[in-house]
Write a protein that binds this ligand. Structure first.
Ligand SMILES: *Cc1c(COP(=O)(O)O)cnc(C)c1O
Length: 374
């Protein structure tokens, strides 16, 4: 089975991880510091905190922004469940706003219709690898004293309006799961424009430990002393993962170029095919294509999905609208809430897309798909 996504591992990646195994630190050593510095540099120079997954990154981000009971978080239903569930986990009410029918990116007009004084965060998702419209979302957040969050699990390495992902929203989260644009095995990162939020993010992922003597409330304990002011968790990335991520980062540009080449090959071949609609690129965005979300028209998505799988091609569907999940549905979120997202979901099919996919593999996907829809 041709997978829909997979990691690309080089001899240099293996050497980087092996060197960590032979060294003094397995976790939170020099590789973590170097990886965080490199992610920060890529993401506009803001503080980057590495962590154990993209889901952990979202939990950390919402916690660092002070999300809690009584707050509302406005987000998109066209995402992986964690974008919404991590806010709910902290006690916030999740408010879903619909997406643009062409790009599946959060629609600022739909957001404007639901923001209130209770809105704490507007969380957009860079679906498929294109940055959402933060230039339109930021003023909506500012108007009610909220912050913007970019779930950039798909888009690391991309940019919009000449600014890199990481510099577009107040807080940006990333995932380094093997199918994403680069990997640390499991892993993620939070990038924060406000240094105070960045420090809270760091402390939350590090058990809540405060180590700066200038901030100690307990004094004169001794040189061993550290203390906790707010509850935290242990979401620390290992040096093994960080070394892999650092090595991968040096190839992010070539990964992005190859993903763009494959996307162009799909667009070229599928653009004129009856019964299909190729992805729509948002103006002003330089995407880091993570998914290739083709749309299968005429109510045939399930049939085509099953036909592709039967032919050994590992297609996916991204995503079931988040509020359809029983955990949300049971709270009264009902179908029909976001019609554009539901219509997009009904047609969406993600084709294989990863740097090591060969042109022959791509052509096999194209031939199989055009035969099935023909
Ligand atoms: C993958 C993903 C996540 C979660 O990342 P993990 O590293 O798998 O926990 C969150 N949001 C989106 C949009 C994702 O694609």
């Amino acid at each position: 089975m041709l997978p829909y996504g997979r990691q690309s591992i080089s001899a240099a990646d293996i050497a980087a991880v092996t060197a960590v195994l032979q060294g003094d630190w397995l976790t939170t050593g020099p590789a973590v510091a170097a990886f965080e510095a490199a992610v920060s540099e890529l993401a506009g120079g803001h503080r980057a905190v590495s962590c154990t997954s993209g889901t952990a990154a979202l939990h950390i981000a919402y916690a660092a922004l002070g999300v809690g009971p009584g707050d509302e978080v406005v987000t998109t239903p066209m995402t992986f469940v964690a974008t919404a569930s991590c806010a709910a986990l902290l006690g916030a009410r999740v408010v879903f706003a619909d997406v643009d029918p062409d790009t599946a990116l959060l629609d600022p007009a739909a957001v404007a219709a639901v923001t209130t004084e209770r809105t704490k965060v507007i969380a957009a998702v860079d679906y498929a690898g294109q940055a959402a419209d933060y230039a339109a979302l930021q003023p909506l957040a500012d108007a009610v004293g909220a912050r913007t969050l970019a779930d950039a699990a798909h888009s690391i390495g991309g940019s919009a309006g000449g600014r890199p992902v990481g510099d577009l929203a107040d807080v940006t989260t990333m995932s380094f799961f093997p199918t994403k644009n680069l990997t640390t095995g499991e892993g993620g990162a939070v990038v924060c424009k406000d240094p105070a939020v960045g420090q809270r993010a760091h402390e939350f992922h590090f058990i809540g430990l405060v180590r700066d003597p200038a901030r100690f409330e307990i004094v004169d304990e001794g040189p061993w002393h550290q203390e906790v002011h707010e509850y935290g968790v242990n979401y620390r990335l290992t040096d093994l993962g960080a070394a892999l991520g650092l090595s991968q980062l040096s190839r992010l540009g070539s990964f992005k170029r190859r993903r763009a080449e494959i996307t162009a090959r799909y667009n070229q071949a599928l653009g004129g095919v009856d019964g299909l609609r190729t992805p729509v690129q948002r103006a002003g965005v330089d995407p880091a294509w993570h998914l290739y979300p083709v749309r299968v028209l005429g109510g045939r998505r399930r049939e085509i999905f099953e036909g592709m799988r039967a032919a050994g091609i590992g297609v996916q569907v991204n995503y079931i609208p988040v509020y359809w999940h029983p955990v949300f549905a049971r709270q009264g979120y009902s179908r029909g809430l976001c019609p554009n997202a539901e219509a997009f979901y009904a047609e969406e099919l993600s084709l294989p897309l990863y740097p090591d996919l060969t042109d022959n593999d791509v052509d096999r996907v194209i031939e199989t798909l055009t035969r099935l829809v023909g």
